[in-house]
Design a protein. Structure first.
Length: 502
């Protein structure tokens, strides 16, 4: 793969200046078009051999483009990412639609460095590359244009480049770290690791461009020309068909919810006694989870007026307010619409040892957005695999997830709507949309059945809560969370004991 980037290509000064005079204004014009249209984002990845000019290339793009719509991202250790899944920090730095993000270092850096250094086995390396393919496929589907450059130098060219940098007082700092010296010595190992990474992850939606980097002018002109061509092609692509609402089945479909017993009730005295015990248990377990760094996330979905808010209040009453967050999810804000769908949920993931409660969640895409036609069919159809991958990343990171669907009958929903209408301090909860959504009950049932079938997994199962009786529903939620904490902490203790024994 890299042999073609060792051909000795050069660009003379006059030819470079001529190319720059053409490319720079063309890039600026496309950047302005991107900023005005706000229908896609551009992520430029700059990777490559040590000493190949990655920093200079990033600086060139910043000097040629309007910096108001360009963000440069470099990654090192940071406190905010600690305890969250590895891809968290990359999600947080994705550019919004209308802007470019330049990534100096990216999601490729850690797996390539670890594999080349001998700190990662081949099977794990292959697994990491497959995760990258999934991530990039998701970004491409969400209108993020990925332009990936690999700047290559032969071993001899790298040695010459290193000597040249060492003699230049303005650039010698690039060789100053022990890490740089170590990487230079591992040229062959990095060559093999990088070649495999590029082979596996150069896809139709996110191809790599290998750039011969020995000659600065050739490198810069190649990067600028490739970026210009990629942006031009993406902007000329025809937009996909728009969304349309889901047809409402005339007959009530048979679903997994039919098997839920909604007739059970709990006496008030029994409820109050068990509630107090559960809250005490949860409070104690939550403190241990904080000490052990066990994070949890809870998803609450359900019919309107099914009691999500009441269940959340009872669950959090026994917790220290410093250690949890309740995140209500409504219609996306402008900054959320400008980024891939799951971005708005990645940003709220709990740090180490803490809890995030999602009042509504990422399942809106396969429920309300599907039924109401707020997204395209290909978006919600793709969402099942994206959601499963997202939840698998949480599990792999040690974040335990519980997902609740609070279930009631249509008749009980009407009764609660009328109660809200007739109670002054509850009236604010009732909206015209609540009444309107009832007319699509059967459509929601069909969407729910597919959601349960495709996203209730061994690592993230759904708990269907019989919520016809509010008291019983609340106890079911608290019991499930208590048991989740117990299981997670038991596993954490065993893991720590195994580490100590080793």
């Amino acid at each position: 793969m890299f042999e073609l980037a060792e051909a000795g290509n050069r660009l003379e000064k006059d030819d470079y200046e001529k190319a720059a005079a053409e490319l720079r204004p063309a890039l600026l014009a496309l950047e302005q078009k991107l900023r005005e249209a706000k229908d896609m984002a551009v992520a430029v990845l700059i990777g490559g051999v040590e000493g190949a000019g990655k920093i200079e290339t990033a600086n060139l793009l910043m000097s040629w483009l309007d910096p108001r719509s360009v963000e440069v991202n470099a990654f090192g250790p940071d406190d905010e990412s600690r305890g969250r899944p590895p891809f968290y920090r990359f999600w947080m730095h994705l550019p919004p639609k209308g802007k470019l993000g330049i990534f100096y270092g990216s999601w490729y850096t850690d797996p390539i460095v670890r594999f080349a250094s001998g700190d990662m086995k081949k099977a794990q390396f292959a697994h990491e590359l497959e995760k990258i393919r999934t991530f990039e496929r998701h970004l491409a589907a969400e209108r993020v244009l990925l332009v990936k450059f690999w700047l290559h130098l032969s071993k001899d060219a790298q040695k010459k480049r290193r000597k040249k940098l060492a003699k230049d007082p303005r650039k010698a700092w690039m060789l100053a770290t022990p890490q740089e010296h170590r990487y230079f010595k591992l040229y062959d190992e990095f060559y093999a690791a990088s070649e495999e990474a590029l082979r596996v992850t150069s896809t139709a939606e996110a191809p790599w461009t290998v750039v011969e980097a020995a000659d600065r002018r050739w490198r810069e002109a190649t990067v600028a020309r490739t970026l210009l061509d990629a942006m031009s092609a993406a902007m000329e692509a025809r937009p996909a068909a728009g969304p349309k609402p889901m047809a409402v089945p005339k007959k009530k479909p048979r679903t997994a919810l039919d098997a839920i017993d909604l007739t059970r009730t709990v006496a008030r005295a029994v409820y109050e006694k068990e509630l107090e015990e559960l809250q005490a248990d949860i409070g104690r377990l939550a403190w241990e989870a904080l000490e052990r760094g066990v994070s949890t996330a809870l998803v609450f979905e359900g019919w309107d007026a099914a009691g999500k808010g009441g269940a959340i209040r009872r669950l959090t009453q026994g917790l220290d307010a410093r250690n949890y967050r309740v995140v209500p999810i409504g219609a996306p804000a402008e900054e959320e619409r400008a980024r891939p769908y799951l971005w708005r949920f990645w940003r709220h993931l709990p740090p180490s040892g803490r809890l995030t409660v999602f009042d509504r969640s990422w399942y809106g895409r396969v429920l309300v957005e599907r039924v109401e036609g707020f997204c395209r069919p290909e978006d919600w159809k793709r969402a099942y695999s994206e959601i499963n991958d997202f939840e698998a990343q949480l599990a792999a990171n040690g974040t335990r997830l519980a997902k609740f669907w609070l279930h009631i009958t249509p008749e009980e929903q009407v009764r609660r709507f009328e109660e809200r209408r007739d109670t002054p301090h509850k009236r604010y909860k009732l909206t015209e949309d609540d009444w309107r959504n009832r007319r699509k009950w059967n459509a929601y049932l069909a969407a729910l059945d597919e959601m349960f079938a495709r996203t209730s997994t061994s690592i993230a199962p759904w708990t269907i809560v019989p919520a016809e009786d509010k008291l019983g529903g609340r106890l079911c939620v608290l019991r499930t969370y208590r048991d989740l904490l117990k299981s997670a902490l038991k596993k954490s203790r065993k893991t720590r004991q195994a580490v100590v024994l080793d």
